[in-house]
Design a protein around this ligand. Structure first.
Ligand SMILES: [Zn+2]
Length: 113
């Protein structure tokens, strides 16, 4: 597995800090593989775009406009700590059992359960 250039993981709760959706919170649905070191994320309800779909009777697909999430750069979001509920930078900590976990830089709480 390649090293990701972001500590953000799937199912993390994040806050958008730049762009048109600044201030929105959402859950990370997908972390896309890094392209030239830049990781992109799909975040629930953030960066919505409308796509026009053609009807396809063979697949029972109705035509129309479908809204879905477009990806955004991982650098545009910050983790929302599940412990203290504040946006934070992520640190790392080695536990006694050898597991490396992510921690909140604000409250030192463990992000990975
Ligand atoms: Zn915290």
């Amino acid at each position: 597995m390649s090293r990701l250039a972001t500590p953000i993981r799937k199912n993390d709760s994040v806050l958008v800090i730049t762009g048109k959706d600044r201030g929105k919170r959402g859950r990370v649905l997908k972390v896309l593989p890094a392209d030239k070191g830049k990781v992109r994320l799909i975040v629930e309800g953030v960066n919505m775009i409308k796509r026009h779909t053609k009807p396809n009777p063979n697949k029972q697909v109705k035509g129309g406009i479908v809204a879905r999430e477009a990806s955004l750069h991982a650098s545009n979001v910050q983790l929302v700590c599940p412990e203290c509920g504040v946006q934070t930078r992520i640190g790392h900590k080695l536990l006694g059992d050898g597991r490396k976990v992510r921690i909140c830089r604000k409250c030192e709480g463990v992000v990975d359960k």
